[in-house]
Every structure is written in structure tokens, then in C-alpha cells.
Design a protein around this ligand. Structure first.
Ligand code: NAD
Length: 353
């Protein structure tokens, strides 16, 4: 029983550091807001050289989850867990069992599911220890299972909407997809099925090979994908890809993708707008997964998940319409709308700083 948990408060966020030496588990959970319900957000399994980077990631991702859950109309607050991926060999089962114990200590204030680096199997292991784990295999017609296909569907529908706003037909359009993981690869398949032409990149060759086995695409270097001469750029890897170094080289007129925290800072959206590039706020676009996770939590049917995911483009349209009407950037409009929803939640409960 070597589990150690340390909690602090940073700018209104509850920060929970955890460590269990016997299983090589270490990481942090950031709880951003419980105003609308328990803080919900996936578990990232990644290697960080600096614990400060890990904390920064957890905090930004947790804030994004508060906004995402509010804008998706879900009765959930925002949180995120990040587990440090051990450098050497480790016992994955022991590690995720220990993580389940951490979740139990939080007594339902935080609900987790898959994110980058974690799988439904990892969630099953943690679930054997704690009930506060979602993203488990679907049971009959009840919602559940890997949220990635729902995320990919929501991103696809938003791409269709964004292209239509610029008068571009999906069939024959050119789309660059960065990151060919669970979401990116599924998105590529659907885009290909609808006649889009693809340019793709991933830092892992095996991810590219897996995609090319059933989807034709032009492959470029991961560091060059944002420079592609395409109609739309879809970031589906990690966050921070839209920044002062990359934005001047983006040739696409639209940016719509799955990655969380695509903008390195909010001002980067203004930079995109000044270049005539329309940015669809990531947490509106990629809400499909959490909609599925929330349905699992609420015991809803899969059909309800499909209906809600199909309504994501309506929310995107509302944000983009207001951005056009006010001259504000889409991300500022979306943040303001999300904060209104969180602030209007039950008085006396916690909302983000
Ligand atoms: P994943 O780990 O399955 O895939 C990510 C892929 O990106 C991997 O193949 C990785 O090799 C690649 N990659 C990493 N850095 C890259 C780079 N610099 N250039 C090109 N490729 C790179 O993750 P995922 O589940 O597909 O999620 C993708 C993104 O979408 C993440 O930012 C995640 O937080 C976000 N997201 C995922 C979901 C979901 O349901 N899985 C929901 C909402 C948001």
C-alpha cells in the first residue's frame, strides 16, 4: 500500500498528485469545475520530461473539458488525468489497477475514460477497482465502448459543415489529417468514403502503414503536414499545433480537427482569422467521445448518442455565426458561451477561475 496522494488548489483548480512506487504509477489529476456535475475527462498516458509540463497539460485539458462538457449540454464538469508513462518496462495491469485506487479516493468527483495512450482494456482494469471509470465495452444497446468512433463522426460532420460554409463540396475536396491514431484513422476512412482526397502524416510509421492498407492517401513528413496546399487542415494528434511558428505556413482555408487544445494560446485564433483561416474550436468539434461517455454514465441508449453527435454541427454553426456577426474569433465566442453556461449553474457550486 504505497499509494500517495497530495492535493492542492491552483487558481481555483483542484490538483491531485498521485504516486505508487510499487506499480510505477505517477501522475496528476486536475479538477477544473464541478459546477455542472462530476468533473469528467479522459486519462492521458504519456511521457513527460518535466512534471511542470505534465501539470500544465492536465490543467489546460481539464479547463477544455469544462468548456466542452458545458457546450455539449452535458451534466458534467471538467477534469483530466495524466499518467506519466514509465521509461523502462512496467506492469501495465498493476499500473492501471493502482490508478483505479486513486479514482476511488476521489469518491466520484472525477470520472475518467480513454484518451491519448490509453485503451478500453486499461479502463476495464481500473474499473475492476473503482466504479468511476467509463469508456467500457458497450453492453447490449446501452451506450459505452471506445469513444473514438463517436469523436471521429462528430469531427467528420463538422468538417462537412465548415466546408459548406466556404462553398466547398466534400467530394473532391483536399484534406490534410495530422495524426492517424484512433480518431484520425477513423476520420480518414469516412472522408475517403465521401470522396475527399487525403494528405496524411504521423510520427509513427506503423500508424501510416495501417491506414494505407485500406485508404489511399499522400503521405508527407509530420513536421510539414500543416504546410499542405489543401482546403482543410484537420489536427488529430496532440495539442499546441496551431502556434506562431506553424500558422504563417498554413495554406488551408479551414482548420477543423479532433486534437484537444490545438491553439497554443487563444490569440493564435486571431492570427488564423487575420490570415483568412476559419478555425472551428476544438472542444465543440471533438465532443462526440464525451457525449458517448456521458451517455454511458447516464445509462442512455446508443441511438441517443448518435442523435446528440449529429447535433454537434448546429453548435458549431451557432459559434461561427456569432463570431461572424461580432468580429470576434470563434474560440473567444465559444469560451464566452461556455463560461455563461458554467456560471449559470447551481449557485454555490464551484466554477472555473
Ligand atoms: P491516439 O493516441 O490514438 O492517436 C494520436 C496519433 O497522433 C498517434 O498515431 C501519434 O503517433 C500521432 N502523433 C503524435 N504526435 C504527432 C505529430 N507531431 N505529428 C503527427 N502525428 C502525431 O489518440 P486519439 O484518441 O486518436 O486522439 C487524437 C487527438 O484527439 C488527441 O489530441 C485527443 O486528446 C483528442 N481527442 C480524442 C478523443 C477520443 O475519443 N479518442 C476525444 C476528444 C479529443
Amino acid at each position: 500500500m504505497t499509494l500517495q496522494i497530495r492535493t492542492s488548489d491552483e487558481d481555483g483548480q483542484r490538483i491531485v498528485w498521485f504516486e505508487d512506487q510499487s506499480s510505477d504509477l505517477s501522475g496528476v489529476i486536475a479538477l477544473d469545475s464541478l459546477a455542472l456535475g462530476p468533473a469528467a475527462g479522459g486519462c492521458r498516458f504519456w511521457h513527460y520530461d518535466d512534471p511542470e509540463d505534465m501539470l500544465r497539460d492536465a490543467r489546460r485539458l481539464a479547463r477544455g473539458m469544462s468548456y466542452k462538457n458545458a457546450m455539449a449540454g452535458l451534466p458534467l464538469g471538467g477534469g483530466k488525468s495524466v499518467i506519466q508513462r514509465p521509461r523502462g518496462p512496467f506492469d501495465r495491469e498493476a499500473l492501471f489497477r493502482a490508478f483505479g485506487r486513486v479514482l476511488d479516493e476521489l469518491r466520484g468527483d472525477y470520472l475518467t475514460a480513454e484518451d491519448v495512450g490509453t485503451s478500453p482494456r486499461d479502463m476495464e482494469i481500473a474499473r475492476a477497482v473503482s466504479p468511476f471509470v467509463l469508456g467500457l465495452p458497450a453492453n447490449g444497446t446501452t451506450a459505452g465502448g471506445d469513444p473514438s468512433p463517436w469523436t471521429a463522426l462528430g469531427v467528420f460532420l463538422c468538417i462537412e459543415h465548415a466546408l459548406a460554409r466556404r462553398g466547398i463540396a466534400l467530394a473532391g475536396s483536399q484534406i490534410a489529417v495530422q495524426g492517424l491514431g484512433n480518431v484520425g484513422a477513423g476520420l480518414c476512412r469516412t472522408l475517403h468514403d465521401h470522396g475527399a482526397r487525403l494528405i496524411v502524416a504521423d510520427v509513427h510509421g506503423h500508424a501510416v502503414e495501417r491506414l494505407l492498407a485500406d485508404v489511399p492517401a499522400e503521405v508527407v513528413l509530420a513536421e510539414d503536414i500543416h504546410r499542405s496546399a489543401v482546403d482543410l487542415f484537420a489536427p488529430c494528434a496532440l495539442g499546441g499545433g496551431l502556434n506562431p511558428e506553424t500558422i504563417p505556413h498554413i495554406q488551408a482555408r479551414l482548420v477543423v480537427g479532433a486534437a484537444n487544445n490545438q491553439l497554443a494560446s487563444t490569440s493564435d485564433d486571431e492570427h488564423l482569422s487575420s490570415r483568412g483561416i476559419l478555425y472551428a474550436p476544438d472542444y465543440i468539434v471533438n465532443a462526440g467521445g464525451i457525449i458517448n461517455v456521458a451517455a454511458e454514465y447516464l445509462g442512455n441508449q446508443q441511438g441517443e448518442v448518435r442523435d446528440r453527435v449529429r447535433r454537434i454541427p448546429d453548435r458549431l454553426a451557432a459559434v461561427l455565426d456569432r463570431a461572424e456577426a461580432t468580429g470576434q474569433s470563434p474560440s473567444r465566442v465559444a469560451d464566452a458561451m461556455a463560461l455563461d453556461l458554467i456560471g449559470a449553474a447551481t449557485p454555490g457550486q464551484r466554477s472555473p477561475a
